[in-house]
Design a binder for this molecule. Structure first.
Ligand SMILES: Cc1ncc(COP(=O)(O)O)c(C=O)c1O
Length: 457
């Protein structure tokens, strides 16, 4: 019987193409609308924020998009990432399930985020962009873009949600080490930030607010600065498909095929990244893998949100998209998974979830940290709090398989390590963490503020 734990690819196996779900999805996402006119957006509108190459990828229905050589060269610093079998966790759970995880925490800044950051910095650089602006929640995305922009000699301004800026000072220093300029959002640098502060000087910030600030700076820069988003958009999920493409080959090396693929969801990019290449095998090859997106009960976008048109940001400057949403005014409770605190979700994931191709579950914070600690004590890796949501559900699947006496093959995406999240772990050990379920009334109230999109009115 094989006792292999790591399944490693060589640099020669690094994928040459990203996979675009829009080529095969049986449920095309609804058109993206202009925030003022509510008409489908034109490339002209999007070009204020994004370089043309990324706009073309955003609307592409090509199945495969070539990964430029310059991007592959940088990917080689940490890719292909390892696939591991969590043998010690399986033993601790005494489960007949086989648990595999793709370890994206081995990237220089510790998460999957550089897979798209490097691509976005590259396409901006060759498109003539002079500087990038972005937001960050937990700091993972900001550090990834800081790393990537540094490689392409592109200045970057990062608007970091204030509660995370205070909770995770080392993430800020990491971004500065790579050369980024970091601000605690809401700031007084933008009109929108000033308006938020006027209403609530102690605002903890939110991803929606930080996005508005970063978008405002780019949109008012006369074309010099462009905006970069770390999740939600289709081109981001496409770039993340390198994870699943590698995992397909590695599961093959392991001689198994997943019955279930699990990922946590903030805007949906690490989940889409690992799931979509396997979903393609369902759609085109008749495989029957299940896909489970895991979110916190504090930000239950898929499980409790409403599937409708909403703004992508709080200030209503970003395009309107059809997605599951908690309302663009959503200011989440300060839970310790900063990267999962977004009010919306990638439109392709929403469309696929709505049509039943993807499942979703919400897990509470304390049970999530229980799972994180169990994983650290068996497999050795301390996961990011975001990732721990996927681990919670993986353990639940493995225990369910045990109860049913099934040999279930489980694959989850270890989207990042938690080495910068020790204050969250400390709060857990000090019994300071609380469970929080976002109230249904708050979601209902937020729906009154949705854009009045003509065909829905
Ligand atoms: C480690 C980690 N995992 C997951 C996420 C969630 O983002 P997404 O849904 O785009 O993968 C984040 C976001 O910051 C993150 O830092």
């Amino acid at each position: 019987m094989s006792t292999q734990t790591k399944f490693l690819l060589t640099e020669a196996d690094l994928p040459k193409f990203w996979y675009n779900i829009n080529a095969d999805s049986p449920v095309a996402p609804a058109p993206v609308l202009h925030p003022q006119t509510m008409e489908p957006v034109t490339p002209d509108f999007l070009s204020v924020l994004f370089p043309m190459e990324l706009i073309l990828q955003e609307v592409s229905t090509e199945r495969y998009i070539e990964i430029p050589e310059e991007v592959r060269e940088i990917y080689k610093l940490w890719r292909p990432t390892p696939l591991l079998r969590a043998r010690a966790l399986e033993k601790a759970l005494d489960t007949p399930a086989h648990i595999y995880y793709k370890h994206e925490g081995v990237s220089p800044c510790g998460s999957h985020k550089p897979n798209t950051a490097v691509a976005q910095a590259f396409f901006n650089k060759i498109g003539g962009t002079k500087a990038l602006t972005t937001e960050t929640g937990a700091g993972q995305w900001g550090s990834a873009l800081a790393l990537a922009c540094n490689f392409f000699d592109l200045p970057v301004e990062v608007y970091m949600v204030k509660v995370s800026y205070n909770q995770k000072p080392y993430r800020r220093v990491m971004m500065e080490t790579y050369g980024a300029t970091v601000f605690a959002s809401p700031t007084d640098r933008t009109q929108f930030g000033r308006s938020v502060l006027a209403e609530d000087p102690d605002s903890p910030g939110s991803l929606g607010i930080a996005i508005s600030e970063a978008v405002e700076v780019a949109a008012t820069s006369g074309g010099a600065k462009k905006y970069s988003l770390g999740s939600v958009l289709n081109h981001v999920l496409t770039h993340q498909s390198v994870i699943g493409e590698e995992a397909l080959k590695q599961m093959d090396m392991a001689g198994e095929y997943p019955d279930v693929v699990i990922g946590c969801v903030g805007g949906g990019s690490n989940f889409g990244g690992i799931a979509y290449p396997f979903l393609r095998q369902n759609l085109l090859e008749g495989k029957r893998t299940r896909f489970v997106a895991v979110e916190p009960t504090a930000t239950p976008t898929l499980t409790k949100g409403v599937y409708t048109y909403d703004y992508g940001d709080t200030a209503r400057m970003a395009p309107i998209v059809k997605m599951y949403t908690l309302g663009h005014g959503f200011v989440p409770p300060p839970i310790h998974a900063g990267g999962l605190r977004y009010h919306g979700m990638a439109p392709s994931i929403c469309a696929l979830y709505n049509a039943g191709y993807i499942e979703a579950v919400a897990v509470p914070q304390l049970a999530t940290f229980d799972a994180a600690v169990q994983f650290a004590r068996t497999e050795g890796i301390i996961p990011a709090p975001e990732t721990a949501h996927a681990i919670r559900t993986t353990i639940d699947e493995a225990l369910d398989a045990k109860e049913k006496g099934e040999k279930r093959i489980i694959l989850f995406n270890l989207s990042g390590h938690g080495n910068f999240d020790m204050s969250s772990y400390q709060a857990y050990f000090n019994y300071e963490l609380k469970d929080y379920a976002y109230p249904a009334e708050a979601i209902k109230a937020a729906m009154a503020d949705l854009p009045k999109v003509p065909e829905l009115a």
